[in-house]
Each structure stands twice: as C-alpha cells, then as structure tokens.
Design a protein around this ligand. Structure first.
Ligand code: NAI
Length: 677
C-alpha cells in the first residue's frame, strides 16, 4: 500500500488513514489507495467495519487542481474518481467516513461514497468547486441530492459556501457530530452499524429551482451549470447522472471562466514566492505596532493590525484628530456584523490614541500614514528613526512617493519599506509591499508574514511611481477620460466596464476616491507619452470632487447613486476640442483594458512587478477586476497577444517592448501556467 494510505485494525474495525500532506488533496493514487484499503478490509474476516479518516490537520480539502490543469493543457489524463468511489461504496461491510478539518470538493465526494459519516464538532463540509469555475466532478451532483434533496444540493454547489458540522447534520450529510476523540467515536459508531446504506441507492427529493435560479449570478457559467447538472442528475439513474455530470464538468473545464479562476487561484499562491526570500530568511516577531496619522488610512490600518491580534498605538498631531480617528474606528467596529460584542471590545481595547511617541521604542513596526507630502514624510521618518529600536520596521503607506527618498531620512534604510494599503484598509485584501533599493530580505519577509497575519494578500512590488496598482490605474483612467473627450459619456464607459465584470466603472471609482486625490496624483506624476486630458482639472477647478461634494463626473443625491450630467460632459468635450464621434462599446472595452495590459507589460520589463500573475493579483484583490477574467494580463493571454498588439497599434499607442516580443511568438503569453510557477 502506498505511503499515502495508512491501514490498521482496531477492535475489529479497519482504520484507513489518508496521508497526503499538507491538506490530503485527492491526488491520483489516493482515492485508489482508499478503495484498495477498503477491499483489503473486506477480505479480512477479523474486520467488521471500516473507518476512513484523514491524518494531519484535515480530512481532505479537495482534488488536486494541478491535475485538472495538466489535463486541460493536454499534458495528463483526467483524474479518475468514479471507479474508486464506487468500489468503496460497494463494500458489504459498513464504511464510516470520519471528518475533521474540512471535507471539501472531492473530499466531500469521497465522504459521500461511504455508508455513514461522522464529523468533529469544528469541522466543515462543502462543494466549493464553483469558486474555480467548476461543478463537482466526482459524482457530487449525483450523490449530494440523494442525501440532502435536490434544492439544498443545488444551493451548496451553486454558491460553494461551507457548512458547519451542525448544519451538515441538520441537512442530512452526516449522521453524527462527535464531541471529543473523533477516531474513538467513529470506531464506536462503526461497530454499531449492522448494515450498509449506499448513497447512490437513495431516492432524490426534488423541488422547483425557480427561486434559487433568481439568486444565481447570471454572468458566471459555473453556478448555472450546477443547477443544470442537479436538475439533470436528479431525474436520472445514478450511472446516467454521473455521465451527465461529467459532460458538464468537462465543458466548464475547457471554458475561459474556469481557466481564469484557476489562474487567479494559483496566482494568489504564487505571490508568496518572492525572489531572494527563502524559507530560512529571518522574520522579526511583530506584536506591537504604532501608526502615525489617524486619518482615513491610519484608522483603517490600525483596525487591520488589531484584527490580527496586535497592540496598536495610534498617533496624530493633536488630541482632536486622535479622538476623531478613534471615534471612526469605534463606529466602524460597531457596524461590523461579523463580530461578537466581546470581539469588538477586544479589538477596540488593542488600539490606544496619543499625540507623542510614548511606547514607540517597544514597537516592532511603525507605519506612517500622514499626508502625501515627501517633505512631511521625511520629517516623520527622521523622528521614527530616532525613537525606534534597531530591529523595528519603518513602513510608509504612501501611494506614490519614492521609498528610497523617504528611507534616506533614516539611518536604517534596510528596515524601510512601503506597506501600501487600500481603502478601506481594514477590509481590502491587497497589500502592496514596496521594496526600496536597500530594503533587506528579512524586512520584506516580515512584511509578508504581517500581511498573512492580517489575512491580506501581500504582493512585493518595486519602487516606482504608483508602484503596480496605481501606475496601471492611471493609464486606464486616462484612457477613460480620453474616450469621454472624444464623444463617449461617463455612464457609457462605466456601463461597458461593469458589464465586463469590473466591480465599478472608472468614473464611479474616481468620484468615490475623490477627484482632489486624483488631481494631486496627476500633478506629482511625470508620465511619458500620455496624452493630457482636460476633464479632471476642469472638474477640480469647479470644486466637483466627487461623492464628497455631491458632484464629480456624475451628480449625486442622498442615495449616492450616480446621476448622469450631460451638461458638464458637453463642456469638457468642448474644452478638449477633439473631433466628436460615436464610440462603440468594443472600443471602450479594448482601450481601457489594453491600456492596463500595455502598462502592465512595461512594469514587467522594468522589474516593478515580478510576474505577470502578480499584476493580476493586484487587480483582482485591490481594483475589483473580475476573477472569472483572471486579471488584466491573463485576460490579454485569453484574447491573444497578437490581437492585443494589433489593437494597441490601431489606437496609435507605443506598444510595450515585452508585448511586442511575446506577440511575435505565436503561443507567447504573459502568464505561462501560474500553476507551474
Ligand atoms: P488623511 O488626510 O485622512 O489623514 C492624514 C492624517 O495624518 C491626518 O489625521 C493628519 O492630522 C495626520 N498627520 C499629518 N501630519 C502628521 C504628523 N506629523 N504626525 C502625525 N500625524 C500627522 O489622509 P489619508 O487618506 O489617510 O492618507 C494618508 C496616506 O495614505 C497618504 O500618504 C496617502 O497617499 C496614502 N493612501 C491613501 C489612500 C486613500 O484612499 N485615502 C489609499 C492608499 C494610500
């Protein structure tokens, strides 16, 4: 028997252990190994029943996605599950699946092939395949409806949300919740079973899907496919149902949405691999933090740190500013529905306000979030350097300024880096970690560890104007403005991009963030080759800063919904003096998105981003780019780089060197399998 499967006999019960660390993914060989162990137990007359459980921290977190990727790329066989799961279910001795940690995806499908299931009180089950653009593919859409009814099964497969142990019991997925020792409980439960109950032989309780169908997101293939699959399988025999499921599964697997979501999944894991950072790179412990500047960002950063269990000193110039900052934090915590009162109080108690540097000498990290001014930041950093202990990290939240210049105000540039949070800082998952010329590897490794502790996605980027995210956003926004100057309306541009899947259109984003902020960034930047626009300075001049002044690119009423303002658009178009024409949705989409791609290619060439997939992660986690499109660089690969380059030339832009180079090769792409990185 393989190393991946343990086998022993305890009190007449065969205990089969799945041992495929770290998460017991059901890699090829594992389901077969379980089936063979069950057969061995069948043949052993001393065995009365069989318990299958995971060793380590979980039962089984799912199939091995790499194998699907290889299959789609024509580099490997389709992982086989049905035969092995059926063999397990065929057993004439009771098979009890004992679940701890997670039984997700193929893990739950394996569990359903057992005759009974018991679960640890803190474990979870679920069919989250939809999150990577798939449906269950190992008979999950056939067995699950037989356990919980078609409607519940469809809901689980279409939304992919996990169920707690008690919910799994109530739904009928598991037979017992075991408090205390799971194995002992499972063995005792198995000895009580005198017959087998095969899931595949149970009848399906059906119900109309009309209400559920309304709740499913229509632009995504997989949730609708989950409903389609369960409607079909519920009306078919088990074997026919498995065939119907397989057809839909394979169809989804070859679709762009699934490929994009799988890319996004691996891309997010790839960011942890930072050049120069090894497993043995030292990481400084971070328990105490201080944040300088208690404004919008400082307050949010303090919350993110407190949420990760740190103690935070929040400093501002005067007591009124500190009090305002703390009051906003309190209000934000009070609004948070996911926290209990005790949790809120605990987090609040971790943040204290002050106007001096008391306690800074004990801090493990000082994060500066004062106004965006180089002179001010240098002054603040000189002060931080004076009070902080030598191994304290000095971080800046600047959106655009040069980290090396900021670091030059200190005697420890190796400990200085950018931690660029996104607003609201306690919510947004992205953290750009900006590496300065002298930033040390341990400083970067420590910031990565801190990002993880805050449940954020840390992406290490180089030091250049706007880093990765804002640098790309400026190109995109500039193109959106030019489109308006040439005859499009802001509402048309926003509609096209939200229809593409962006969380918000560029003008909605600009009005939300504030045109004063955008104007400040524009005046700082010295961006070569960009055509200047007149709209932003005009609106700024008119005091139309966006939502905060009830007018920007749009007007706003009480409900904050954008109201088109054709009058101001006509004024901008007149002032711009460009030829007016009707602009197609397709041109809007391509100009805005390919502006991101062309700039993305430049920053890859410059080494500001390590990998194309890092740029995708920045856009997916910080800028509302739709995951089912994989990120801007993957999207470009999907539509084809030759096409992207042709469009870039048609628009009269200077193509990025890397784009030209890759497009010259017929199968050139920015993102060679993120899965293999
Ligand atoms: P803000 O204006 O809301 O807050 C700045 C705070 O710093 C104010 O409370 C001010 O009193 C305080 N301050 C100024 N000088 C100080 C000093 N010497 N010592 C202590 N406190 C001082 O500004 P916001 O929006 O929070 O921005 C802060 C930084 O974060 C800027 O560098 C900005 O570019 C950056 N940022 C802003 C984002 C946003 O969406 N607002 C997003 C990402 C970065």
């Amino acid at each position: 028997m393989s190393q991946q499967i343990h086998f022993e006999i305890q009190d007449g019960v065969a205990v089969v252990g799945i041992n495929n660390p770290p998460v017991n993914a059901l890699t090829t060989g594992v389901p077969q190994g379980v089936a063979e162990a069950v057969q061995r137990a069948q043949a052993d007359s001393s065995v009365r029943a069989i318990v299958v459980m995971g060793t380590g921290r979980t039962f089984a977190a799912g199939a091995d996605i790499h194998e699907f990727v290889r299959y789609v790329a024509g580099q490997g066989p389709m992982p086989e599950f049905h035969r092995w799961l059926n063999l397990i279910e065929d057993s004439t001795k009771p098979v009890v699946m004992a679940i701890h940690g997670q039984a997700f995806g193929a893990g739950l499908e394996l569990a359903m092939a057992g005759h009974y299931r018991v679960i640890a009180a803190d474990a979870q089950v679920g069919q989250p395949e939809v999150k990577i653009g798939l449906i269950p593919g190992a008979a999950g859409t056939v067995r699950l409806p037989r356990l919980v009814g078609a409607l519940n099964a469809a809901e689980m497969c279409a939304f992919g949300e996990p169920l707690s142990a008690s919910d799994a019991l109530a739904a009928g997925i598991v037979d017992r919740v075991i408090e205390g020792d799971l194995l002992a409980g499972a063995v005792a439960f198995a000895l009580q079973q005198t017959s087998v109950r095969r899931t595949r032989e149970l009848p399906v309780v059906t119900a109309p899907f009309a209400e559920l169908r309304k709740k499913v997101r229509k632009h995504l293939d997989a949730p609708l496919a989950a409903l389609e699959a369960i409607e079909k399988t519920s009306a078919l025999s088990f074997d026919e149902g498995c065939k119907a499921e397989a057809e839909i599964f394979v169809r989804l697997m070859h679709g762009d949405q699934c490929k994009s979501l799988i890319h996004a999944f691996f891309a997010e894991r790839a960011v942890a691999k930072v050049p120069g950072i090894e497993k043995d790179t030292p990481v400084y412990p971070i328990r105490d933090a201080a944040v300088i500047g208690a404004g919008t960002m400082g307050g949010g950063i303090a919350m993110a740190l407190a949420n990760a269990g740190l103690h935070v000193r929040l400093k501002d110039t005067d007591q009124a500013a500190v009090d305002r900052g703390l009051a906003t934090i309190r209000k934000n915590y009070e609004r948070s529905k996911s926290l209990t009162q005790a949790q809120r109080e605990d987090r609040l108690s971790r943040i204290t306000g002050q106007t001096d540097d008391a306690g800074f000498a004990q801090a493990d990290i000082l994060i500066e979030a004062v106004f965006e001014s180089l002179e001010l930041k240098k002054q603040v950093f000189a002060g931080m350097d004076r009070v902080a202990k030598p191994e304290c990290l000095l971080a800046t939240n600047t959106s655009t300024l040069d980290i090396d210049q900021i670091a030059s105000a200190t005697k420890r540039p190796h400990m200085v880096l950018g931690t660029h949070f996104f607003s609201p800082a306690s919510v947004m998952r992205l953290l750009e970690i900006v590496r300065g010329r002298e930033t040390s590897q341990p400083a970067i490794a420590t910031a990565m560890a801190l990002a993880k502790a805050m449940k954020k996605v840390g992406v290490v980027v180089g030091n250049g104007f706007g880093f990765v995210g804002n640098r790309l956003f400026i190109s995109y926004m500039n193109e959106a403005e030019l489109l308006v100057e040439e005859g499009a309306s802001p509402e048309q541009v926003d509609r096209v991009l939200t229809e593409f899947g962006m969380a918000m259109g560029p003008f909605g984003v600009a009005d939300l963030s504030g045109l004063d902020v955008f104007m400040a960034i524009r005046s700082e930047r010295a961006h070569a080759g960009e055509r200047e626009t007149v709209g932003l300075p005009m609106l700024h001049e008119l005091g139309r800063y966006g939502q905060k002044t009830s007018a920007g690119w749009f007007k706003y009423g009480e409900d904050r919904k954008p109201i088109p303002d054709p009058g101001i658009v006509a004024q901008i178009q007149q002032a711009a003096g460009r030829a007016q024409r009707v602009i197609s949705d397709e041109e809007i989409r391509d100009r805005c998105l390919f502006a991101l791609v062309n700039e993305g290619a430049r920053i890859l060439d410059e080494g500001i981003a390590t990998r194309a997939s890092d740029i995708d992660v920045v856009y997916l986690t910080g800028y509302g780019f739709p995951a089912h499109r994989g990120g801007p660089m993957f999207y470009a690969d999907t539509v084809g780089l030759t096409h992207v380059l042709a469009r870039v030339r048609e628009f009269g832009w200077e193509p990025a060197g890397l784009l030209e180079k890759l497009a010259a090769n017929s199968d050139g792409s920015f993102t060679p399998h993120a899965a293999s990185t």
